[in-house]
Design a protein around this ligand. Structure first.
Ligand SMILES: NC(=O)c1ccc[n+]([C@@H]2O[C@H](COP(=O)([O-])OP(=O)(O)OC[C@H]3O[C@@H](n4cnc5c(N)ncnc54)[C@H](OP(=O)(O)O)[C@@H]3O)[C@@H](O)[C@H]2O)c1
Length: 290
C-alpha cells in the first residue's frame, strides 16, 4: 500500500511517520522543496510534487492548511483515478468535503479529522471523526474505523455538519477561552511568579492559555471564522461572565452559593452517566491542590 501525504507541515510529517511505522510506503509532497529534501534525509520517504505524488498512490491524505485546501485539491483532481481513496484531515469538515466533491470526479473521497495535535505519540485513545456522505464513503469509513479501532483509537462517524457543530464547542470555545485568558493573565505584572506557586487548577489554566497563544494563527483564525454558531456560543460566555461578575460585585455569599448549587444540579443532569468520572476528577484535583 502506497500513501501520498500532501503537505509537509506538522500534521503531514506526523502522518508520514505514523504510516511508515505501520509499514506502508510513503510519498510526501509539498510546495517547499527545502522541506522535502530535509524530510528525505531524515525519513524513509519518497518526495514529489502534488500531482506526481498522487499518481502512484493507493491512498491520498491531504494535510495542507485549510486556507490552501481548495487550491491543492484543484491541482491534484486531474491526476486522481478510479480506485484511489482521497482523504483530508482538516479540523473543519463541511468546507473540505464539499470542495473534494466539487473537484474530484474519480476515486472516492472521505473527510476525516484526527482530533489531536502533532505532539501526540500515537493514535491509542485518540479521537478520530470520519464524515462519509454516501453509501460508498460509509462503507470505506466502516473499514477505516475498524482499522483505527484495532489500534485503540476512538472513532466516531457522523455528517460533516454535525462534526462542525460539535467542534464549535470542542475546539472553538477552548481556543477562545485560552486566548482571552492568556491576554488577561499577561495583564498581571507578576505572571511568572504566579506560575511558580501554581496548584493543579492554575496549571491547567495557564497551560491552556499558553498552548492556544502559541498555536498557528492561520489555523486558529480559520476555525474561529468558520465553525458554525461559534460567535453565539462565545457571546453566551461573555453574558454568563457578566452575570457571575455582577453576583460577585453584589458581595452576597448566599447568592453565589445558590448559583453554584443550581449549576451543580444542571451539571449532574447534563452529565448523566459521566457524573461519576467528573466526581473522581474533582477529587483528584482536590487531592493534589495545596
Ligand atoms: N495542528 C493541529 O493540531 C491539527 C490537528 C488536526 C488537524 N489539523 C489539520 O491539519 C492541517 C495542517 O495543519 P498543520 O498543523 O500541519 O499546519 P502547518 O504545520 O502550518 O502545515 C500546513 C501545511 O500546508 C501547506 N500549505 C500552506 N499553504 C499552502 C499553499 N498555498 N499551497 C500548498 N501548500 C500550502 C504548508 O506548506 P509550507 O510548509 O510550504 O508552508 C504546510 O505543509 C490543517 O488542515 C488542520 O486543520 C491540524
Amino acid at each position: 500500500m502506497r500513501i501520498a501525504i500532501l503537505g509537509a507541515g506538522k500534521m503531514g510529517v506526523w502522518f508520514a511517520k505514523f504510516f511508515l511505522a505501520e509499514g506502508y510506503s510513503v510519498v510526501v509532497a509539498s510546495r517547499n522543496k527545502d522541506k522535502l529534501s530535509k524530510l528525505k534525509s531524515e525519513l524513509a520517504v519518497e518526495t514529489a510534487d502534488f500531482a506526481e505524488a498522487v499518481k502512484g498512490a493507493d491512498r491520498v491524505l491531504i494535510c495542507v492548511s485549510i486556507s490552501a485546501f481548495e487550491e491543492v485539491v484543484k491541482t491534484i483532481a486531474p491526476s486522481i483515478r478510479d480506485g484511489q481513496m482521497v482523504m483530508d484531515i482538516c479540523s473543519i469538515k463541511k468546507f473540505p468535503v464539499d470542495v473534494m466533491h466539487k473537484h474530484i470526479k474519480r476515486g472516492l473521497v472521505l473527510g476525516t479529522h484526527p482530533v489531536f495535535g502533532p505532539g501526540s505519540r500515537g493514535v491509542e485513545h485518540k479521537a478520530f471523526v470520519l464524515t462519509p456522505t454516501n453509501a460508498a464513503e460509509q462503507e470505506f469509513a466502516e473499514d477505516f474505523k475498524d482499522w483505527l479501532e484495532q489500534k485503540q483509537a476512538r472513532v466516531f462517524v457522523m455528517s460533516p455538519e454535525r462534526h462542525d457543530a460539535l467542534m464549535s464547542v470542542v475546539l472553538g470555545m477552548p481556543h477562545f477561552l485560552g486566548l482571552v485568558t492568556c491576554d488577561a493573565l499577561l495583564e498581571q505584572a507578576d505572571y511568572a511568579e504566579t506560575k511558580k506557586v501554581a496548584g493543579t487548577t492554575y496549571r491547567m489554566l495557564f497551560t491552556l492559555a499558553e498552548a492556544t497563544a502559541l498555536e498557528t494563527p492561520d489555523l486558529y483564525a480559520t476555525l474561529q471564522l468558520n465553525l458554525p454558531e461559534l460567535e453565539k456560543l462565545e457571546s453566551c460566555f461573555i453574558e454568563k461572565a457578566c452575570e457571575w461578575l455582577k453576583l460577585i460585585q453584589q458581595k452576597d455569599p448566599a447568592a453565589i452559593a445558590r448559583k453554584m448549587e443550581q449549576l451543580k444540579a444542571k451539571l449532574m443532569k447534563a452529565n448523566g452517566e459521566y457524573t461519576r468520572s467528573y466526581d473522581i476528577m474533582y477529587k483528584m484535583l482536590e487531592a493534589t491542590e495545596n
